[in-house]
Design a protein around this ligand. Structure first.
Ligand code: BGC
Ligand code: CA
Length: 293
């Protein structure tokens, strides 16, 4: 591994997750699920800020109309949310997922280029296959598209928007699905399997050439896989629990990586936000809701 990522913020996130690039705010946001915080790293000014929540955000995306964020909360509610100086303002509820499954929480969520949300749930205790994979349409309707996940993770969309990748970390398996015109999924197949030495596949993102970047939980790296699922290259991190990655910057040529400090007290930089040079461009982020452009 030729390259190593560098620490840009020792935020000591217990479970840093779900990095999001906001061109409008010129910042990378990420959540600390176990620490119940939302964190912001400004790109041009390097300004860093944090907000605390009562009901932890498990992921955050922007609204397509530019009016704040949409968050998936630990209580499995999907809500509108605004970050104001010193406070989080939780607005209207968009959807409620698994109201009858208090042992579950939401995990990663992503928006596709049609402005629909794709969200996984998981057993908070990480013991049984109680998690599912959902699509949330603009009107807030929730459709279960797959099930049987112990730790649902990292949805990622291919550049043409026709393939979605989704992971069961506990099973060390990344699946691929075809997305139909109506948003239905078909053709579920195993795309990549991690070995024990690789750790567990966690958050993912696609680059503009269709490469799939995967964070290795307990594997101390992010790897790029070619569209056919073969390994291209890896970037090393000085911490073991690497959780997710995102392309950022006006040219989408920078990559930021989140990590977790939970269970890794002895690692100096565990829970930090890292940056690396991915050598390839990413795809622009999409907001939830009908396109306004
Ligand atoms: C989950 C963690 C889990 C990890 C590795 C993360 O996305 O939020 O709870 O331990 O993946 O499976
Ligand atoms: Ca994750």
């Amino acid at each position: 591994m030729a390259q190593e990522a560098r620490c840009v913020w020792q935020a000591r996130a217990l479970l840093g997750e779900g990095p999001l690039w906001s061109p409008r705010q010129d910042a990378v946001y990420f959540v600390d699920i176990r620490g119940s915080r939302i964190l912001r790293h400004g790109l041009s000014d390097g300004a860093q800020a944090g907000w605390e929540l009562d009901d932890a955000a498990c992921w955050l995306v922007e609204s397509a109309d530019g009016d704040g964020f949409i968050a998936g909360l630990r209580s499995r509610r999907v809500v509108r949310l605004r970050l104001e100086p010193g406070q989080v303002v939780v607005g209207g509820e968009i959807a409620r997922i698994e109201p009858d499954m208090p042992g579950n929480r939401l995990n990663d969520g992503k928006v596709d280029r049609d402005g629909r949300l794709w969200v996984g749930s998981m057993d908070d205790a990480e013991e049984g296959p109680a998690g599912s994979f959902y699509r949330i349409d603009h009107d807030g309707s929730v459709t279960r598209v797959d099930q049987g996940y112990t730790v649902a993770n990292g949805p990622a969309l291919s550049p043409d928007g026709r393939t979605i990748y989704h992971t069961d970390s506990a099973a060390r398996t990344v699946y691929a699905f075809d997305i139909g015109a109506d948003g239905g999924l078909s053709g579920k197949r195993v795309h990549i399997r991690f070995t024990e030495a690789d750790g567990y596949p966690d958050g993912m993102t696609c680059d503009a050439e269709g490469g799939l970047w995967i964070a290795h939980w307990d594997g101390a790296r992010v790897s790029r896989f070619r569209p056919d699922g073969t390994l291209d290259r890896a970037i090393a991190l000085p911490v073991s629990r690497v959780t997710s990655c995102v392309f950022a910057g006006p040219d989408l040529d920078r990559m930021f990586i989140t990590t977790a400090a939970h269970g890794r007290d002895g690692e100096l930089l565990a829970g930090a936000l890292f940056e690396c040079d991915p050598g390839v461009r990413g795809l622009p982020p999409c907001g939830f809701g009908p396109a306004t452009r």
